[in-house]
Write a protein that binds this ligand. Structure first.
Ligand code: C2E
Ligand code: CA
Ligand code: CA
Length: 672
């Protein structure tokens, strides 16, 4: 039993005691009144009988009452009745209330010095018995007896008064016993008939109180972890923030989110997910002080409010500790769960003076931490508000575009340097923004990957690019960029095959561009998928070569068909015989050795083109020849194969003067 139950118990016991007291008191009163009444009746009857008996047997009663001596017969009668029955004493009074004869166990004595007795006088004037109950105090008196004054009637006339003293001790005891047994039975029955409902009432009340307490608890707590819920957190935060202006000090709100919680749920099931959430709740509870608050907002979001701190450093150290403690492995059914956490921190009152604002600030910090790749701690900064709004808008646009084909493909031409001919296009995706502007892929692809929607977008790009390329002359290829995340589901080969089948495009007209990031973890599965793709007949291109790790190991691990030297090399080119030129020439030579064609991207000037011609590159691509444009803007001329020869610039002319790729209408390319 808990302390909280005690008042109810005492209340209940008190009430039970009161009922019992009333019951016992009432019963006792009833027993007493009833037995007194019966004893009175009995005493009166006996006294009356006794008086009648005297009147019948004592012939000279009237004379005795008048003061004469009793006759011998009367004396003999008196003597014989001295010890008779329960009348242990009697006194005869005259009609005025003066005693004339007394008979008791000892003897029968005519009274010489007469006493006046007012009760005797009253019984004669009122002509009724006067009865009084007494406790025996004098020696020889019974414990309980009644004194009854009864007028003795001869015909209609009262000739004397007899006071009969009736021993009622036995009778009274009998009455009491009988009544007490009856009362006890009554009490018991009443007790039972009240007691059962009372006990039932008590338990019901107790259960109701427990249910009420549970409902109150649930209204303020999270069922799974037992931690405070949002409502309770807001309530407590409100009080904590309200006192800050007067007490001073800082509070830090740590908004904690489990990285990739969905994966835990997917691999370990919901029970595993629940286990992780409750364990986190326990760890957080264990590491916080009593004055701090721990809450779960729902899902995989937890809050810790660290109170009474002096500055940001303290909050930072604490957030670090939270991250370390929560990241320690836990075991569910002998399986190790290792998770990382992203924490957004906001400080009160600087980042919010209301609970809602402080929570929002911490949430924004968390959001920015997630955007930065998770597994980190971020403090709120005012500019996050804007950045997050932009991200939220972008996410909305992405989801809408995925739902109703809101993406657009642009195509950028690729030329062969040797034959000076257009050989194909690279398909580059754009997102159509709300305001009709085109959002470049660098802005939205990382988010699509994060939202795990890259498979969907990638499949659409493949289908769309193949469908468009199938309408072009059959010597033109289309290059499609593949993201590393498209290899995770293991369905890329199938997706590519599907795009080729539905469009009717031969596999050898499709080039698939991948980047080094795909090969970083170098797993068997990725390699197997790359081999499958190559086996279909499509070319596999190593894109952005020369950036990142540029490990040559990948070049001999997989037989790429083509290397694309990253556009940053052209940006660093200044035609001064610098290291860039040496590196580009070396990569081209390396490609030759490995039987890979080499494409240079980002060619923007005629000078760059001149250098590349001398450096023996295979293919070129860049704004100098044409920017990426929608399929509808690629002119019929170029597609019909007319005049799509690349002409090298004349050394005398200014390299950037006229700049249109033959046949590319609307593109900022150059006719050379
Ligand atoms: P990337 O594969 O290296 O594509 C070439 C990028 O260089 C394109 O940018 C293109 O517009 C730009 N570019 C071409 N010529 C020049 C030039 O002369 N000067 C400069 N400064 N830039 C030039 P874009 O279209 O913004 O694409 C950026 C990146 O987004 C691509 O780089 C590619 O990695 C990715 N991407 C584009 N479309 C897709 C797609 O469908 N799937 C995947 N996974 N990634 C894509
Ligand atoms: Ca590319
Ligand atoms: Ca590239």
């Amino acid at each position: 039993m808990t302390i909280r139950n005690i008042p109810t118990l005492w209340r209940f016991l008190g009430m039970l005691g009161l009922i019992l007291g009333l019951l016992l008191g009432g019963t006792w009163l009833t027993v007493k009144t009833t037995s007194d009444y019966l004893l009175y009746q009995s005493a009166t009857d006996r006294a009356q009988n006794w008086a009648n008996f005297l009147a019948e047997n004592v012939r000279d009663l009237e004379q005795i009452a008048a003061g004469e001596k009793p006759s011998a017969a009367s004396l003999a009668f008196f003597d014989s009745t001295r010890k008779a029955g329960e009348v242990f004493r009697y006194i005869i009074f005259n009609g005025y209330g003066y005693s004339v004869l007394l008979s008791d166990h000892e003897k029968v004595t005519p009274v010489e010095l007469s006493d006046f007795n007012p009760d005797a006088a009253r019984s004669i004037t009122e002509n009724r018995p006067i009865v009084d109950a007494k406790d025996g105090r004098a020696r020889g008196e019974p414990n309980y007896f009644s004194e009854a004054f009864v007028p003795v009637m001869v015909g209609e006339r009262a000739v004397a008064i007899v006071a009969a003293y009736v021993d009622q001790t036995g009778e009274r005891n009998r009455f009491y016993r009988t009544f007490l047994v009856a009362a006890a039975t009554l009490c018991l029955l009443t007790g039972l008939s009240f007691g059962f409902p009372a006990i039932a009432w008590y338990w019901r009340t107790k259960e109701k109180q427990q249910a009420d307490r549970r409902i109150r608890f649930l209204a303020h707590h999270d069922v799974l972890t037992g931690l405070a819920n949002r409502a309770r957190l807001i309530e407590r935060l409100e009080s904590a923030l309200a006192v800050l202006p007067s007490t001073g000090g800082i509070i830090a709100l740590h908004f904690i989110d489990i990285d990739h919680f969905k994966e835990v749920n997917d691999t370990l099931g919901h029970d595993g997910g629940d286990f992780l959430l409750s364990s986190i709740g326990q760890r957080l509870n264990a590491m916080t002080r009593i004055e701090d608050m721990v809450a779960r907002l729902g899902g995989d979001e937890f809050i810790v409010v660290q109170t009474q701190i002096t500055g940001k450093e303290q909050a930072e150290a604490f957030a670090q500790r939270i991250s370390t403690i929560l990241s320690a492995p836990m075991y569910y059914k002998e399986q190790e769960i290792c998770t990382s956490f992203t924490i957004g921190v906001a400080l009160g009152l600087a980042d919010g003076i209301t609970p809602e604002r402080l929570l929002k600030s911490a949430d924004l910090a968390l959001y920015s931490g997630k955007a930065a790749g998770r597994n980190c701690i971020r403090f709120f900064a005012p500019e996050m508000d804007e950045a997050v709004q932009a991200r939220i808008a972008l996410e909305k646009a992405i989801r809408a575009a995925i739902a109703d084909d809101g993406f657009i493909l642009h195509y950028q031409p690729i030329f062969e340097l040797g034959s000076k001919k257009l050989i194909g296009f690279e398909a580059l995706v754009r997102l159509l923004g709300d305001d009709g502007t085109l959002i470049p892929p660098d802005h939205f692809i990382p988010m699509i990957e994060e939202l795990r929607l890259m498979d969907k977008l990638g499949a659409w790009v493949l289908r769309e690019a193949c469908r468009t390329a199938a309408t072009w002359p059959e010597n033109l290829t289309v290059a499609v960029n593949l993201s590393a995340t498209q290899f995770e589901s293991g369905k890329i080969t199938e997706t590519v095959a599907e795009a080729l089948r539905t469009s009717g495009l031969p596999a050898n007209r499709l080039e698939l561009e991948i980047t080094e990031t795909l090969l970083l973890n170098n797993n068997e599965r990725t390699m197997a998928q790359l081999k499958e793709l190559k086996a279909t007949g499509s070319a596999i291109v190593m894109d952005d070569f020369g950036t990142g790790y540029s490990s040559l190991r990948y070049l001999w691990k997989f037989p790429f068909d083509k290397l694309k030297i990253d556009r940053s090399f052209m940006q660093g080119f200044d035609n001064s015989g610098s290291d860039v030129e040496t590196v580009v020439k070396t990569i081209i030579a390396l490609g030759r050795q490995l039987h890979m064609r080499v494409t240079i991207e980002g060619v923007e000037t005629a000078t760059q083109l001149n250098f590349l011609a001398g450096a023996d590159a295979d293919q070129v691509q860049g704004f100098f020849f044409g920017r990426p444009v929608p399929a509808s803007e690629i002119s019929a001329n170029i597609l019909s194969g007319f005049n799509r020869t690349l002409r090298l610039p004349q050394p005398a002319k200014s390299p950037r003067s006229r700049n249109v790729v033959p046949g590319l209408r609307g593109a900022a390319g150059t006719s050379l």
